[in-house]
Design a protein around this ligand. Structure first.
Ligand code: UD1
Ligand code: MG
Length: 453
């Protein structure tokens, strides 16, 4: 099986600087959605047809072979460019519009099976389109498809729903090679791939097999995204689809309409997602964790039995039974071990926090490594940047950092040490020591009380 994806042009109705098929639907470009479903078919070759201007960015986006349609002359011209680039000569070829991002693998498989079963010249994906939409209308007479009438050229009444062309086709490749170049320009001045449907229909003998076949698919799968309204519609449909998949597996999503979960996110059963949450990218959430209300989790791993309230996690790794928020910001490289509490305007970056530690109030920890059972007092700052370079702060186990401590990196605080409120720690602190002041100095040992004189 070979595949051609038609992906040229900005799509005039998108009114965008970005190539149409690179607009994102739930965190992934339309083209990636199409290529993902295609790759599940393990095709022998995949060609993406794009325009000269979009080519570099499309090429940087995909492993598939990219070929250029010099001028936007229409979908038949784009298909001709794609066919030219194919090394296969025979068999079946899928031709897919790049703006149909919701097509699923089972539907694509049905299309291919039907094509093989009927031994059609071309099989297309069709659906019931709502009244007034601009899809190509199937011209069906006596039950047989005779062609596709594009909206621009259609004189039929479109005020009722109609049978539409979904823009996904399975062609006999040898036939396509022969005929794609012969498509005549339409009244509106474009070369339509849909003209090939009429050409194939003419092959059908009155009594014989059908050269044109169609499979009826779900409208939601064949949504063609030509403008921003459709883009939002595609996003809403996919969002619902992803959330339903998680709910079926035992995840509570309190308000699906106010929750965004991207397709690649993994969530274990018995997670509860409160309203207003975004879980995106390559994130995962362990069983029993409660997320939200109002949390954003990007490319992060959150363990089981945690709570994440009104916080922003980006590139963080969080262990089990951790309480985060409200109002924490965990930036990339943050690693939180188990049983940690962290919240109330705390920011972390490239920092590891050992198990059982608490960071409760208005602190910044950057390029730091904290041991276990550390208490970070309110207002503590790691001064990790000296204007030129970033420096590390290392804090041992069982350390008590007093409120408003400045840790001027590079600096180390040994196990069991303490800092007084307002200390500015410029030199490393020995294990067990207590330092106070600006700059922080070790407190003198109290003279031992002498008794029995
Ligand atoms: C197309 C179909 C229509 C169908 C609808 C389904 C044609 C003529 N019409 O209309 O019957 O109902 O899809 O969504 O095909 N493209 C190129 N080069 C071009 C023009 C388009 O590569 O010169 C690509 C676009 O990037 C797009 C795809 O082909 O991904 C379809 O083009 P588009 O302009 O969106 O066609 P529709 O008007 O949606
Ligand atoms: Mg379209």
């Amino acid at each position: 099986m070979s595949v051609i994806v038609l992906a040229a042009g900005r799509g005039t109705r998108m009114k965008s600087r970005t190539p149409k098929v690179l607009h994102s639907v739930l965190g992934k470009s339309m083209l990636d959605h199409v290529l993902d479903v295609v790759s599940d078919l393990h095709p022998h070759e995949v060609i993406v047809v794009t325009d000269p201007e979009s080519a570099p960015v499309v090429a940087s986006h995909t492993d598939a072979r990219v070929t250029i349609q010099a001028l936007p002359l229409g979908t038949a011209d784009a298909a001709a460019v794609g066919v030219e680039a194919l090394s296969s000569r025979a068999g079946a070829v899928l031709v897919l519009n790049g703006d149909v991002p919701l097509l699923s693998l089972p539907s694509l498989t049905r299309l291919i099976h039907e094509h093989d079963r009927v031994r059609a010249t071309v099989t297309l994906g069709a659906f019931r389109a709502p009244a007034g939409t601009k899809y190509g209308r199937l011209d069906r007479r006596d039950g047989r498809i005779r062609g596709v009438v594009e909206a621009a050229d259609d004189r039929a009444d479109r005020s009722v729903e109609f049978e539409a062309n979904g823009g996904v086709y399975c062609f006999d490749l040898a036939w396509l090679r022969e005929n794609v170049g012969a498509v005549r320009v339409s009244p509106s001045g474009e070369y339509y791939i849909t003209a090939l449907i009429a050409a194939a229909a003419r092959l059908t003998p009155d009594s014989g097999e059908h050269a044109v076949a169609a499979v009826m698919l779900d409208e939601a799968e064949l949504l063609g995204v030509d403008d921003r309204a459709r883009l939002a519609q595609a996003e809403a449909i996919l969002r619902q689809r992803v959330i339903e998949r998680h709910m079926a597996r035992g995840v509570t999503v309190v308000d699906p309409a106010r929750t965004v979960i991207e397709p690649d996110v993994r969530i274990e059963p018995d997670v509860r997602i409160e309203p207003g949450c975004f879980v995106r990218g390559n994130s995962s959430i362990g069983a029993g964790t409660v997320v939200g209300p109002y949390a954003v989790i990007d490319d992060s791993v959150v363990g089981s039995d945690c709570t994440v309230v009104q916080s922003y996690l980006d590139g963080a790794t969080v262990g089990e039974r951790v309480r985060i928020g409200p109002f924490a910001r965990l930036r990339p490289g943050t690693v939180i071990e188990c049983d940690v509490m962290l919240g109330n305007f705390v920011e972390t970056k490239a920092t590891t926090i050992g198990s059982g530690s608490h960071v409760h109030h208005v602190s910044y920890l950057g390029d730091a490594r904290l041991g276990s059972n550390v208490n970070i007092g309110a207002g503590t700052i790691t001064c990790n940047y000296d204007g030129h370079a970033k420096h590390p702060t290392v804090i041992g186990n069982d350390v008590f950092i007093g409120c408003d401590t400045m840790l001027v990196a590079p600096v180390e605080v040994g196990d069991g040490a303490r800092t007084g409120a307002g200390a500015v720690v410029t030199r490393s602190v020995a294990a067990g020591a207590t330092v106070v002041g600006i700059p922080a100095r070790e407190m003198a040992q109290k003279p031992r009380e002498e008794h029995g004189r």
